[in-house]
Ligand binder design. Sequence first.
Ligand code: GRF
Length: 195
Amino acid sequence: MAAEKINIAVFASGSGSNAENLVHYFKNHDAIHVKIIISNNPSAGVLERAKRLGITSMIVDKELLHNEHALTAILDEQNIKFIVLAGFLLKIPDWMVRRYKDKIINIHPSLLPKYGGKGMYGIRVHEAVREAREYETGITVHLVNEHYDEGRILMQAKCKVTEDMSAEDIAEKVHALEYSYFPVAIAHHILNFRD
Ligand code: GRF
């Protein structure tokens, strides 16, 4: 009998292009499965994507996120082992960090510790990179702890920034890195995980 797959939940607040990329990547994976997509935002594009992709989705608002008992019941029912944040804007509560120790993976669109922290998300990150005239930027895949963007770094990948690039141009390059590296970094962490 084939071994049971490891289920992950993908949390996203926005468009969800990374979430969709993860669904495609893990579709035929022999060990990992995207079981559910969770959003705090009822009008997030990621929910449309989930529907189109045939993946179960759910709204988890701030209140539910902080309700350990209720959310644990939902995640346990889906047999979720790891949580992936792909543009999820609410802060992960301490109870989740404790319960899923080293099992919550986030992607940040800069080379942390640069351009991270509260309020640093989306196009703001790329604007800041452009204004600082950085010659490179990139992505950071990291574990989630009690502080924004400060958990252990799993991997980083870089791209060049030139002076003629707009924040949108930078965002496009960074997104391309995310699509290539995020799924691989997730699989690597999960498959090498030791409790
Ligand atoms: C990505 O740039 C990711 O790094 C950040 O939020 C963005 C989400 O983009 N945390 P999308 O919704 O996956 O297109």
